[in-house]
Design a protein around this ligand. Structure first.
Ligand code: FAD
Length: 399
């Protein structure tokens, strides 16, 4: 582990002894793969049968990974992070609630989040999932009919019925309304990447939004998942498109969160997996993407969204060599994870944020289960968290 990220005192200064103990035990439990598998099944069944498990979730996973039930309730977390120069990416946590009325409500929530962010000094971004604004099957139907070249971004809607055409137009309208609100208030919207079988549609929509709103400053960011073997090329293509079509490019670089789901689907549909052959290939492409964006730092606004210490160090090294560490480059980690990276980057003057979900316990369950599964399947990550939490517990005389 690099020296800068070893400092557990600064990493956890914002946690009381009680909060530190709780985080330690939570990560200890998440180490047990079988417990997470059984626990996930139990939680989903209990919710279906309306058993009272939400209280249990609220005291455990929820309090570790979520800011609060509403924007107002998340405010103390935002302020506490700001005390340590850590910014926030606000994430309205209701995922994929189906139906046009819910999509409209979600649009209102995102605009509310933008207005709230504009009233705070430490919230430069909100995040947005297109599946919160659109029917999944519609995005999936459009997906094979997207074409992106340096000269054009096109979506062939002739395969859609008249009704679906109107539905698609409403998706565009909702997305653009949110991006316009962000542009007007000088904020950024980071649009999440999701499953590969809807991602071409999402990419086209985000590109069209960038073309409309990324004129003077970067209001819209796409997300590039480097666990896909075709996405480094797509990043380079995006740069070409931006140049030829005269808009500013914003990207958030991630490895990718749906690996098991992607592999299972490829197997079930007997199609080649879009995922890299192994972790090393993912790491290589992620780091090449960091190098590509940062070497063109005047041109591309980039959020380096990772808990990987090596990738964070690589970005820091490039920036240090260029002497422009404050310029268009942001670092980000999820709230509740890798505090050693976030707080130590902030202390060393980098622009760094926590991705902070908010929403009712019931609404954020899919997010919480993803975090639990990620922390049990990525053994290295849990090990790192536990090591640092344990180190700080010892330093405070709690172990
Ligand atoms: C601020 C922020 C925003 C995010 N937004 C999104 C988003 O919009 N969409 C999204 O999909 N994810 C998103 N993520 C999650 C992200 O994609 C990763 O799942 C997570 O951050 C773990 O990767 P890492 O780089 O932090 O760390 P690491 O621990 O170094 O990498 C773990 C990752 O490597 C990849 N990997 C692991 N094993 C293999 C293997 N055998 N073969 C190939 N690849 C492998 C997987 O992507 C895995 O998640 C976000 C993460 C952050 C911090």
């Amino acid at each position: 582990m690099n020296k800068i990220f070893e400092d557990s005192e600064h990493a956890f200064a914002y946690k009381t002894n009680w909060e530190l103990r709780k985080a330690y035990w939570l990560f200890k439990m998440m180490k047990f793969n079988w417990l997470i598998s059984v626990g996930t099944g139990f939680i989903l069944t209990a919710i279906k049968w309306r058993l009272p498990v939400l209280g249990l979730l609220k005291d455990t996973l929820y309090s570790q990974f979520v800011g609060g039930e509403t924007l107002e309730k998340a405010t103390p977390v935002v302020k506490k992070l700001a005390d340590y120069e850590v910014d926030v990416i606000l994430d309205y946590g209701a995922e994929a609630k189906e139906g046009e009325a819910n999509f409209d409500l979600a649009k209102q929530e995102f605009i509310k989040a933008i207005n709230y962010a504009a009233s705070q000094k430490s919230i430069p971004f909100i995040s947005l999932k297109i599946t919160a604004l659109a029917r999944f099957e519609l995005l999936e139907k459009i997906n094979p009919h997207v074409s992106i070249t340096p000269a054009s971004i096109s979506v062939d809607t002739s395969v859609l019925t008249a009704e679906e055409n109107q539905e698609w137009q409403r998706v565009i309208d909702r997305t653009f309304a949110i991006c316009e609100a962000a542009m007007t208030r000088n904020l950024g919207v980071l649009i999440d990447a999701e499953e590969s079988w809807i991602q071409d549609t999402v990419d086209a929509l985000v590109m069209l939004a960038m073309k409309s709103y990324n004129k003077k400053h970067v209001a819209v960011y796409n997300t590039i998942q480097l666990y896909r073997h075709d996405k480094l090329e797509f990043l380079k293509l995006s740069d070409e498109v931006a140049k030829q079509q005269s808009f500013l490019l914003g990207v958030k670089l991630v490895r990718g969160a749906y690996m098991e789901k992607e592999r299972a689907r490829a197997e079930a549909t007997n199609t080649p997996s879009p995922i890299q052959p192994d972790k090393t290939a993912t790491d290589n492409d992620f780091n090449k993407a960091v190098e590509f964006c940062l070497s063109k730092n005047e041109g591309i606004a980039v959020v380096v969204a990772t808990h990987n210490e090596h990738s964070n160090m690589l970005a820091m090294d490039i920036l240090a060599k260029q002497n422009n560490k404050y310029n268009h480059t942001f670092f980000s980690q999820l709230y509740g994870m890798s505090d050693n990276i976030t707080f130590n980057l902030a202390r060393n003057g980098y622009s760094v944020s926590k991705y902070l979900p908010y929403g009712s316990v019931a609404d954020v369950i899919p997010y919480l289960l993803r975090r639990a599964q990620e922390n049990s399947s990525v053994a290295g990550q849990t090990g790192r968290e536990l090591f640092l939490l344990g180190k700080e517990m010892e330093r405070r005389g709690l172990l």
